[in-house]
Every structure is written in C-alpha cells, then in structure tokens.
Design a protein around this ligand. Structure first.
Ligand code: SAM
Ligand code: DTB
Ligand code: SF4
Length: 326
C-alpha cells in the first residue's frame, strides 16, 4: 500500500473494482491511511445547503422530488430574495459552517434578472468569508466566467451515475452535457464539485465507472459528494430499496483512494444512518457533511446542526476552519 503516492489519473476499471471489493477491514484501513497522509483526519468541513429556488424543474431525473412532472409533496418556491439568502449564510457561518451552497431547481442558467440576483448573492456570501458554492444546472463558459468574477469558489454539477446507466435515470439531457458544464466551470477557474448517487438501481460496475470518469479527469474535482438516494414519494424511484451502509462505506473508501487530495462529502442519506455508520464513513475518508438549521438537505430530512455538533464531539472530530484571508 502506497499512501503518499502522487495523485493518479490513469486508473483502470479493474483496479477500482478490485479496491471496492477488498475485504472491508482492509479497504477501510487503506482508505484511512490515504486520508491521514493527505488530510487532517480530525477535521470535517461543515457545509450548509440552501435551496434558493425549489421545485418546478423541467428535467426528469428519476430520483428528484423537484421535477415538475412527478407528483410529490414538495412546495414550489420562487427564487428567494437576496437578503434572505445572505441572512441564512450569516447564520450558517455562526453555526460553524465554512462553506455555503446555494441550489436551484433549474435545468440551466439563463441570462436574465434571476442570474443577476444570483451574482449578487455570490458576492454577498463571498464577503462573509465563506467558501461559496452554487448548483444551478447547466452553465455556459461565459456564465461560469461571470460567476467566477463575482467570487464563486465552487460549482456543484454531479455526474449522478455512470455514462452507461445515465439514460435509465434521465432522458432530458445526456452524460456529455454534464461533462461540458464541468469543463466550462474548470475553464473559468472555479473549483469543481462533482460526484453522484448510489441506490438508483445501478450495478457495482456503474458505480466504479462513474468514479473512473471522475478519477481520470485531467484534474480531479476538488470536491466529490457521495449521496445515497433519498427516496422521495411520487418519484419513479420511491420504492427502491434502502442502500446498505456498508455499500456507502465502500463507495467512500474507494473515492478516497482514487482521489486522495479531494474533499469527499458524505451527502444525502445521513438521516437513515446511525452515528456508528457515519463514523465508519469518516474513518473511510469522508471529510465533509451537509447540515442546516432547517434540518433538511434541499427538500428531504437531514440531521440538525446541534445533533451533528454533538456527533462530531463524540467522535473526537472538529469543524474545519478556513485559513485567514480565504
Ligand atoms: N438542478 C441542478 C442539477 O441537477 O444539477 C442542481 C440541484 S440538484 C438537487 C444537485 C444534485 O443533488 C443532483 O445532481 C443529484 O446528484 C443530487 N440529488 C438530487 N436529488 C437527490 C436525491 N433524492 N437523493 C440523492 N441525491 C439527490
Ligand atoms: C449533492 O451532491 N448533494 C446535495 C448537493 N449536491 C446539492 C443535494 C442532495 C439533495 C438530496 C435530496 C434533497 O433534499 O433534495
Ligand atoms: Fe431538476 Fe436538478 Fe432535480 Fe434534475 S436533479 S430534476 S435538474 S432539480
């Protein structure tokens, strides 16, 4: 095991499959060793997620409660006022977050008044000294440039699943569209946040294929969120079986080994995990969680801030603090 090796971009599918299927203790030990060689293993970044525009999305992502075409209980909410968003960001900072992510249920960004408002939000959150992240759907190169100039630190655009399985989950866009947006984000000099979901009915090979696409990019995404499907009533995947936590742990460990320098985010799915199961995820190399005062991710339940802080204390972990001047 070589834990201090360089970041690699030439992974073979068989190699990652082999790692994913190692005996669990060995896999977690290896991932933990890589994690310790590259990161401060007692630090977890707390990110706050805010849905700034909710529901009514024209896309047909089979997992998503915000797609207009499914009959879910989610209430549509137009773009929030800038002051409301900034107030949430301030509160997030006061509660120990160092990253603030604004999400909109859009297919793509349009060059209109709403985008002008997003630009103001990005400037405002950046002024608070938080890492500011957005996830707004597809983006052109010039739109990415505008966001970068406003101070955007990261853009989240997930691959969601493998290229091979993509059509089973989404028909209103393709895998290539996702890659194009990620490339536009890169070209603008914004850091990339890109990962995916397990529990969509994909095979083990699909999971590895998705990781392979990320791990063989010219530059790894600086941030890789791993989500377990949050099953939303009314979506085509509402009756999918719950993901076994060991699968989440294997996925996180493999991501940590394949992309040693990246932040690995234990994202959706925590509400259905015990503290012990989450502890395994941290041991396997996860070093970030999403939390929020509303006890939701975007539209699904998530543990609350105080509960999370208590968990970190129990586990001897502490919230990551950004270096001065960031
Ligand atoms: N509309 C934009 C888009 O799709 O890129 C941004 C927001 S969208 C909610 C961001 C990501 O959240 C999706 O790409 C998907 O990976 C993840 N996500 C959405 N619904 C989810 C669910 N029910 N369970 C797990 N992850 C989910
Ligand atoms: C990501 O990968 N996970 C976060 C963030 N990116 C935007 C969102 C997960 C949403 C889960 C279900 C929901 O509440 O909508
Ligand atoms: Fe729309 Fe994003 Fe949900 Fe897909 S994941 S339906 S693009 S909000």
């Amino acid at each position: 095991m070589n834990t201090s090796s360089e970041v690699r971009h030439d992974w073979a599918k068989e190699e990652l499959l082999y790692i994913y299927n190692k005996p669990l203790m060995e896999l977690v030990y290896e991932a933990a060793s890589v994690h310790r060689a590259w990161h401060k293993a007692d630090e977890v970044q707390i990110s706050t997620l805010l849905s700034i525009k909710t529901g009514g999305c024209p896309e047909d992502c089979a997992y998503c409660g915000q797609a207009a075409r499914y009959h879910t209980d989610i209430k549509v909410q137009a773009l929030l006022p800038t002051e409301t968003v900034i107030a949430h960001a301030q509160k997030a900072k006061d509660n120990g977050s160092s990253r603030f992510c604004m999400a909109a249920a859009w297919r793509e960004v349009r060059n209109n008044g709403d985008f002008d408002r997003i630009i103001d939000m990005v400037k405002g959150v950046n002024n608070l000294g938080l890492e500011v992240c957005c996830t707004l759907g597809m983006l052109s190169e010039s739109q990415a440039q505008r966001l970068q100039e406003a101070g955007l630190y990261a853009y989240n655009h997930n691959l969601d699943t493998s290229e091979e399985y993509y059509d089973e989950i989404i028909s209103t866009r393709n895998f290539e569209n996702r890659i194009l947006t990620i490339n536009n984000v890169r070209k603008a000099g914004i850091t990339v946040c890109s990962g995916g979901i397990i529990g969509l009915g994909e095979s083990q090979e699909d999971r590895i294929s998705m990781l392979l696409t990320l791990a063989n990019m010219e530059k790894h995404p600086e941030s890789v969120p791993i989500n377990a499907l949050a099953r939303v009533k009314g979506t085509p995947l509402e009756n999918n079986p719950k993901i076994d936590s060991w699968e989440m742990i294997r996925m996180i460990a493999t991501t940590r080994i394949a992309m040693p320098a990246s932040m690995v985010r234990l994202s959706a799915g925590r509400i259905e995990m015990t503290e012990s199961e989450q502890a395994w995820c941290f041991m396997a190399g996860a070093n970030s969680i999403f939390t929020g005062e509303r006890e939701t991710l975007l539209v699904t339940p998530n543990p609350g801030v105080s509960e999370d802080m208590q968990m970190l204390k129990t586990l001897g972990l502490k919230p990551m603090v950004l270096e001065e001047g960031k």
